[in-house]
Design a protein around this ligand. Sequence first.
Ligand SMILES: Cc1cc2nc3c(=O)[nH]c(=O)nc-3n(C[C@H](O)[C@H](O)[C@H](O)COP(=O)(O)OP(=O)(O)OC[C@H]3O[C@@H](n4cnc5c(N)ncnc54)[C@H](O)[C@@H]3O)c2cc1C
Length: 501
Amino acid sequence: MEKNSVVIVGSGLGGLLCGYILSKEGYEVTILEKNHQLGGCLQTFVRNKCIFDTGMHYIGSMEDGQALNYLFKYFGLTQKLNLKRMDLNAFDVIDIAGEKYNYAQGFDRFADTITSYFPKEKDAINKYTNKLQEIGLSLTNLLAGKAKPGSTGMASFEHFYENTHQYITSLTNNYKLQNVLAALNPLYAGHPNSAPLYLHGIINFSLIESSWRMVDGGSQISDILAEGITNNGGKILTKSEVKEFSANEKGEISHVLLTNGDLIEAKYFISNINPEKTIELTGSNLHRNVYKKRISSIEQTISIFSLYIVFKENEFKYMNHNCYYYNSDNVWGVETYSPLNWPDGFMLYTPAVSSSDVYAESMIAITYMKYDELAKWENTTVEKRGDEYKKMKEQKANQLIDKIEKQFPGIKNKIKAYYTSTPLTYRDYTGTINGSVYGIMKDCNNPLKTFILPRTKVPNLLMTGQNINLHGVMGVTIGSLLTCGELIGFDYLLNKIKETS
Ligand SMILES: Cc1cc2nc3c(=O)[nH]c(=O)nc-3n(C[C@H](O)[C@H](O)[C@H](O)COP(=O)(O)OP(=O)(O)OC[C@H]3O[C@@H](n4cnc5c(N)ncnc54)[C@H](O)[C@@H]3O)c2cc1C
């Protein structure tokens, strides 16, 4: 066994970023992925010649000098990604009970635009944008080495305890404005009584700084990282599902066992899969009971239903913004839908493609769906769920298309074909518990309960991915630095990143 060998289980964004860092640092890296395609939520699929993203719609902070642009240079991503900047004056258009509001890029432009709808609320809006920048600064401080991981400076730790909904309502009594400022809560599947301000702050900060689409899909990220890892001498094995992390008598992981019977040894192991599942696969008394209990008691974020529409050629105009719709005037209640009024709200967009920026080839619409609704198909696998399941998907698709038709009259006639995915699809393709959209749910009432450190009690087992730190491209990237920092030193890694910027 190589002295610095590392096995990474899962090729989601977190697994690939860790693989890239460690292979660059001379570790002998092997990434094991259960699917035939890499990337987890970065996976794309093709239908009717259209590329569809499964879990990546837009990213923020990619302008020169901004945090993700800076970090992605180290990974060779900034140089190679094909991105399209979204509309400066409206990267998101929010429709709340029929009234439309634009989210603009840049903090001044954002504040001016929102103030144009609520002229008497200028002070509250400025206070809000200042707060976002204060939270964003904690991220910049971390990357500049001015704050340590886990320290209060790292992520303005008090914002983990602060409640997003309460913070926003403390700014203003204007109910409409409160809802406009909270309207991107589907990006963190937030509950009004538990969503930490840190979560809201980092996501909104990053997208308002600058927002971008990935042209021809988000699998660009996994392709570029995979190429880098292989060039650095790393190995990536697909169709390699790990069924056990096996321990030796010293209480360390000695090897992983694959479902095909293969056994792979290494000095270190990084799990890119859900912590609860990781513990399950460790299957021994290596973790303390109190840790196991804490992890298994954390609620998972809700799952989603996705509709993938293929348009007839040159029929529907490309929109360089996303649209969020809320049926009622309360943007926080969407996940409490009843099957009859479903969907209570949804998000849709036309993906950016290299072939045209005038007409859209396709549209993706997503909305919450509870895993419980699919209880009767729980024990089925992909493509083998039966006719009743297909009928249910058809009915759900029609319910959603009817709502989309209300927003874009005539759109039904422009549809050439459509496809759908449910919480079961997400469960089976990404291995998340119950198809959970963003992994574990963060809770400002007890942040330490939902704050998972990359280091476990098993000395050579680390974790990475959306459950460490935060979900999303920015969150998972920071998480990968925290994970690899445990092996090669966080300050050392920050210096390496600085050298490439
Ligand atoms: C619908 C949707 C939309 C989203 N939109 C955005 C967005 O617009 N912007 C944004 O920044 N973020 C978005 N996100 C979030 C973002 O995609 C995720 O947070 C991030 O990609 C998760 O990365 P991860 O490293 O945690 O791994 P995951 O993507 O969860 O991947 C884990 C990998 O592990 C593999 N695996 C699981 N079990 C095993 C096993 N036993 N053996 C081997 N391999 C295994 C899985 O197959 C998978 O490939 C979205 C997510 C979803 C679902």
